[in-house]
Write a protein that binds this ligand. Structure first.
Ligand code: DC
Length: 216
């Protein structure tokens, strides 16, 4: 098992996906699960202020996610929301879910079960994988990058669909909100920190492959 955490734009999704391909492991994007639950509560017309209803929407969600790095999809309550979870509306509201401890506990339990279900082993990425979801992983890594590098990367991913203010909201404001319950800016004991500001994706992947070989 490999656990990767980091803030938005640190490169953890692309890194984890490439690593899963290289090492023949499953890939779990835990942020996609928080996003899928967000789509479900917005669809159901639940108010972002109604904590009880948000918890019910989370624990009651019929959630399925692919662990195949080359065939990524996520479904909630029978609906494919693979594209919708990337829309600005979802990103704007997702911290509503990630800030509620009972919602986190429900998703963490699902994430552990998903990781354990993959016979190849799994690489999971998120904010609390190294500390809460899978602290026993063989390799635990915190990816960091300067704010400038993170804004540039997320901007590249989102393209012309967002303006500068929206981009800052998706990176800086969301990280501030998300870090209220979870620390993903400093490495916990035993977690290796890798500052990727001046590294290319393939350099990051190569260095983690080397670390994975050392821990074998
Ligand atoms: O990695 P991402 O941007 O897709 O994550 C979406 C949101 O989910 C993010 O705002 C924080 C939250 N999240 C979390 O709290 N814990 C995780 N393990 C993964 C994501």
């Amino acid at each position: 098992m490999i656990a990767i955490d980091g803030p938005s734009g640190s490169g953890k999704s692309s890194t984890a996906r490439d690593l899963a391909r290289r090492l023949g492991l499953g890939y779990l994007d835990t942020g996609a699960m928080y996003r899928a639950v967000t789509v479900a509560f917005l669809d159901a017309g639940v108010s972002p202020d109604d904590t009880d209803a948000l918890i019910a929407a989370t624990t009651g969600a019929d959630l399925a996610i692919s662990l195949d790095p080359d065939d990524r999809w996520v479904r909630v309550n029978g609906r494919d929301v693979t594209a919708e979870i990337r829309e600005p509306r979802t990103a704007q509201h997702v911290s509503v879910i990630s800030r509620i401890p009972a919602c986190r506990a429900d998703l963490v339990a699902r994430q552990r079960a998903l990781m354990d279900s993959d016979p190849r082993g799994c690489i999971a990425e998120g904010r609390d994988i190294t500390t809460v979801v899978y602290p026993d992983a063989d390799l635990r890594i915190l990816l960091t990058a300067s704010e400038q590098a993170r804004l540039a990367r997320r901007g590249g991913e989102l393209g012309a669909s967002v303006d500068a203010a929206e981009l800052r909201d998706q990176v800086v404001r969301r990280d501030a909100d998300d870090s209220l319950l979870v620390n993903f800016t400093t490495a916990a004991d035993g977690v290796l920190e890798l500052d990727t500001s001046d590294m290319t994706l393939s350099e990051v992947v190569d260095s983690i492959v080397a670390l994975a070989k050392e821990t074998e």
